[in-house]
Write a protein that binds this ligand. Structure first.
Ligand code: OMD
Ligand code: FE2
Length: 457
């Protein structure tokens, strides 16, 4: 745990070195308020002439000042030093395999693509070093689109901090547990959970236990929010109360450190001499959060047919066009399948949105023939045909249709309005499955003009 201790303990000059509070506040997009020292948060105002404890006030704006109320996001941070005082001389450093849209590096085949899980290397890799971009879409500079990455982490960041100016980051852990030390407090996540770190929020990513692998959606567009529920009403899907935002926790710590910033598609580094995670209190609605995907309450067809996957949207990043998401984060969790006289897995389809999929655990019901395994990735790009593999088709066409519980499974999709470009790394890695492009050709012809009745064969 580095040299943080439980709160508060005496450090240099008898001052507490940190106040490490653990805990979360419930709700989505609330106006939260939290303080790690009593009275650190100014009452009834944002900018007192002098802040309590000699803190500095700083506003972090996630939306334009003038955004409508529903999308207006900002927080007030009361910190030991404002961010500008943590600002060293930045130099551009190697960004490794992290790419930012627009990044046209490889020919994108007009074919479905699939990858085996990227192996976790033996060498030491921090979160910042371990980002492997698979696809990019849109244009980060235009605040549209996303990057879809796999992170491989084998070491904790130590005296290293990071913030992303290019997008907010949605973590989808697949293996191993992470502790996200953020300016706003501490978030622990593992497989089955997600976390969202808004654009500009400083973090230090630590391992809790063994190495970690997961997926990361870098959303360049509008902040993720909950989808409308329409006629579903006030309950089910992802319920706001299950989203958890950490309580304030700060470090008052001097140490030679490095601040990394991803800004304009490049990685920048500066030497700093104090922890920038020095926010003693904060209030506002722009803050990181986590969510346990197993709390998701799916709603689906209870009589017949297969509904569009939008029923499983956990979070959506809207674009300016209604109903046309910059990115949707959609999951395929445990649930009952009960539809009568129905081909229950996903249908064959072509989609104007492009689909990046991952598997956290279990088996995905459209791909029962193997090849889409936990930690793996598939890409079904704009208007490219896809659907169940031959195994899934034959099974689901012939199975006796009793109520069936899909158990121990969690697949997800980053679905964007933009076509996805494949990174040179993803196009060239051994993990790319060369034979996946042909899976559709294994489907048999069942057509028989003499047999109008669709009885199972
Ligand atoms: O292609 C996929 O596997 C994802 C998906 C699932 C589904 O149930 C309906 C449409 C869709 O794109
Ligand atoms: Fe699809």
């Amino acid at each position: 745990m580095n040299d943080q201790h439980s709160s508060p303990d005496a450090g240099r000059a008898g001052r507490p070195e940190s106040a490490i509070q653990r805990g979360y506040m419930s709700g989505f997009g609330n106006g939260f308020e939290t303080e790690a020292l009593p009275g650190a948060l100014p009452l009834g105002r944002n900018s007192p002439q002098k802040c309590a404890y000699g803190l500095y006030a700083e506003q972090l704006s996630g939306s334009p000042f003038t955004a409508p109320r529903t999308t207006n996001e900002r927080s007030w941070l009361y910190r030991i030093r404002p961010t500008v005082a943590h600002w060293g001389e930045f130099r551009q450093v190697d960004i490794g395999l992290w790419r930012t849209a627009p990044a046209v590096e490889a020919e994108v085949p007009i074919a479905p693509m699939r990858w085996d899980p990227l192996p976790i290397p033996d060498k030491e890799m921090s979160f910042v070093e371990g980002i492997h971009t698979i696809t990019t879409a849109g244009d980060a500079g235009a605040q549209a689109g996303m990057g879809a990455h796999v992170y491989l982490v084998t070491r904790s960041m130590a005296d290293e901090y990071f913030y992303n100016a290019d997008g907010e980051m949605l973590f989808v852990p697949q293996q191993g547990n992470l502790r996200l030390w953020t300016e706003f407090g501490i978030i622990d996540i593992g497989p089955g959970e997600i976390a969202v770190i808004p654009r500009g929020v400083k973090i230090r990513v630590e391992l809790r236990g063994g190495p970690a692998r997961g997926y990361l959606c870098e959303n360049y567009g509008g902040a993720f929010t909950l989808p409308e529920r329409g006629p579903i009403g006030a309950n089910c899907l992802a319920n706001p109360r299950d989203f958890l935002t950490p309580v304030a926790a700060y470090e008052d710590r001097e140490a030679a450190s490095t601040m990394y910033v991803k800004w304009g598609g490049s990685l920048w580094a500066a030497d700093i001499d104090r922890s920038p995670l020095d926010v003693v209190a904060w209030h506002g609605n722009y803050a990181p959060y986590k969510y346990d995907l197993r709390r998701y309450s799916p709603v689906g067809p209870v009589l017949y047919d297969h509904a569009d996957p939008s029923i499983f949207t956990v979070l959506t990043s809207p674009s300016e066009t209604p109903g046309t998401a910059n990115v949707d984060f959609v999951i395929f969790p445990d649930r009952w399948l009960v539809a009568e006289n129905t081909f229950r897995p996903p249908w064959y389809h072509m989609n104007v949105m492009s689909e990046f999929m991952g598997l956290v655990y279990g088996v995905y019901d459209a791909k029962t023939g193997g090849g889409f395994v936990p930690g793996g990735i598939s890409l079904h790009n704009t208007m490219l045909p896809h659907g169940p593999d031959v195994d899934a088709f034959e099974r689901a066409s012939n199975v006796e249709l009793k109520p069936h519980r899909l158990e121990g499974t969690l697949a997800f999709m980053f679905e964007t309005r933009f076509p996805q470009k494949v990174s040179a790394f993803a196009a060239g890695t051994e993990a790319l499955q060369k034979d996946y492009r042909a899976y559709g050709r294994k489907l048999k012809i069942h057509f028989d003009p003499q047999r109008p009745c669709a009885a199972p064969s």
